[in-house]
Design a binder for this molecule. Structure first.
Ligand code: F6P
Length: 548
């Protein structure tokens, strides 16, 4: 794999950026009455309006050329056929198989039909979820289960948590689902305080069953259970696991039928569609979980088959590259105008930043370009009263994705019209801005003196010409939420492919894990720390002093 800078389309885009530098988006709308229509496309229950971008036909055609020249067509084929596109771990990348249509009979990977394994696991999930909701599953004292606590971290936590929250209107009332991730004891302590050990089931989600945070929290939950009426013999009634390490889960005390498999061809941050999504299935029921998978599958099919010019993940991914590499954008904001989707930016942050936070090309050479941006964001309209100031008048260019449903699950008064209006007005304001002349006129109309106008007007200037996409759907449902997350998964893959990096490993995280264990051992022993840097030595000393 070569550096993308060597591609013809990349070089042409660099020249084209010079042409576009002085072009204002407003003038693009004025010049083409059909611009909004032309730059709107649909898939899997979503409409993408990308007209408010610093892009004309040439830009979009060069970006499509870039994706093609970077080998995106083959990369997509590779993903969907189970090729080992995760080259540093020599693995397939098959989250798409987890949501494959029931009509598809096989997907052979290294001699195994993975669809059979997936479907067997879905049946196992169905049984588990049904037993919990029907009350057939009893705790050790014969009581029915009222609470399920999912313990995991990273991909084994955030995706399911965000989706469960996004699907709040679909939640079943009989069982409450909670999530614990942080090694900070306050996380699990706070949760356990609300729970009754007789009516609580813990689902330990860890692909490796070796992650420090998850094992520490699982052990704390087990200790709490044992010291509050539970026994070793009844651990299996209160603990289940999702893991590829069955041996370790059995050693913990789980019954084998309550251990749900994971596979090395699913990356953690892409795993919510597997049994890692069990907490979601418990929260909203299996039917809704299947709808979630189906929505994601619709987006997969769109990504696999639609021409690049109409392909949502390709358009969004390529436009992202345009801003990151040709306009020096360092960050990308996601602003959902949907209360239940408020945590989604955190999941996409994990998905994208763990995937594309890379500096090495597939061939082992260092990258010559910027890669993954800092992904951030939060709920509209709350953000308007916080960081939107920087979006409008700050010195940095921040491309934004606005995400908004046409209908609310809670239609009271004019709330939804107000919410929708705010979403639209933000993308409009980012584009149109306010000129000095307009600011001066505004002040003059308000009866401000000339002296004051001269002082204040420059502060009211908003440059505008700031890009955004708007993603619209009828309503947030399991299917549209599934499709939305799949859209961002593929967008990440599109960008990784253009940059020539492997979006599916995460070696950077490993160094922190290794050093964390070393420092922990130093904190709990009398080790000689003199070889460490002075700052770390002093911090270790401070901790030990506080414990003494
Ligand atoms: O953060 C690194 C990581 O390996 C993620 O990729 C993964 O989702 C998370 O840790 C948790 O790992 P596990 O599921 O093995 O506990």
């Amino acid at each position: 794999m070569r550096s993308p800078t060597e591609l013809t389309a990349w070089k042409k885009l660099a020249d084209h950026q010079q042409e576009m530098n002085s072009v204002d988006m407003k003038s693009l709308f004025e010049a083409d009455p059909k611009r909004a229509e032309k730059y709107t496309t649909h898939a899997a229950g979503w409409t993408l309006d990308y007209a408010k971008n610093r892009a004309n036909e040439k830009t979009l055609s060069l970006l499509t050329d870039l994706a093609k020249e970077a080998g995106l067509e083959n990369a997509i084929k590779g993903m969907f056929s189970g090729a080992h596109i995760n080259n540093t771990e020599d693995r397939s990348v098959l989250h798409i198989a987890l949501r494959a249509s029931q009509a598809q009979e096989s997907l052979m990977v290294d001699g195994v039909n993975v669809l059979e394994e997936i479907r067997t696991t879905l049946k196992q999930m169905e049984k588990f979820v049904a037993q919990l909701h029907s009350g057939e599953w009893k705790g050790h004292s014969g009581k029915t289960i009222t609470d399920v606590v999912s313990i995991g971290i990273g991909g084994s936590y955030l995706g399911p948590k965000v989706v469960a929250e996004a699907l709040t209107p679909y939640k079943k009332d009989d069982i409450k689902v909670h999530f614990v991730a942080n090694i900070d004891g306050s996380d699990i302590t706070g949760k356990l305080k609300q729970l009754n050990p007789e009516t609580t089931v813990f689902v330990i989600s860890s692909k490796t069953f070796g992650t420090l945070e998850t094992l520490s929290n699982a052990n704390a939950a087990r200790d709490w259970f044992l010291s509050n009426g539970g026994s070793e013999a009844s651990v299996s009634k209160h603990f289940a696991a999702v893991s590829s390490n069955v041996k370790k889960a059995v050693a913990f005390g789980m019954a084998e039928e309550n251990i749900f498999p994971m596979w090395d061809w699913v990356g953690g941050r892409y795993s919510l569609w597997s049994a890692i999504g069990l907490p979601v299935a418990i929260a909203v029921g299996m039917d809704n979980f299947y709808e979630l998978l189906d929505g994601a599958h619709q987006m997969d099919e769109h990504f696999r088959t639609a021409p690049f010019e109409e392909n949502l993940p390709v358009i969004m991914g390529a436009l992202g590259v345009w801003y990151i590499n040709f306009h020096n954008a360092q960050t990308h904001a996601l602003i959902p105008y949907d209360h239940y989707l408020r945590a989604m930016p955190a999941h996409i942050q994990q998905l994208d930043m763990e995937s594309n936070g890379k500096s090495t090309l597939l061939n082992g050479d260092g990258v010559e370009t910027d890669t993954g941006p800092i992904i951030w964001g939060g709920a509209g309209t709350n953000g308007q009263h916080a960081y939107h100031q920087l979006l409008h008048q700050g010195t940095r260019l921040v491309p934004v994705d606005f995400i908004v449903p046409l209908a609310s699950h809670n239609p009271i008064g004019e709330h939804h019209a107000q919410l929708f209006a705010n979403c639209l007005s933000q993308s409009q304001a980012l584009m149109v801005g306010k000129t000095l002349k307009q600011a001066q006129q505004e002040l003059r109309d308000a009866g401000t003196t000339d002296e004051q106008i001269a002082k204040i007007a420059p502060h009211k200037v908003i440059k505008g010409n700031r890009p955004s996409n708007t993603l619209l759907t009828d309503k947030m449902t399991p299917a549209t939420v599934g499709a939305l997350i799949a859209l961002y998964e593929h967008r990440t893959f599109v960008q990784g492919t253009i940059w020539g990096i492997n979006s599916f490993d995460q070696w950077g995280v490993e160094l922190g894990k290794v050093l964390g264990t070393d420092i922990f051992n130093r904190l709990v022993s009398d080790s000689d720390n003199s070889a460490l840097d002075a700052s770390t030595q002093a911090l270790i000393k401070a901790f030990k002093k506080a414990q003494a």
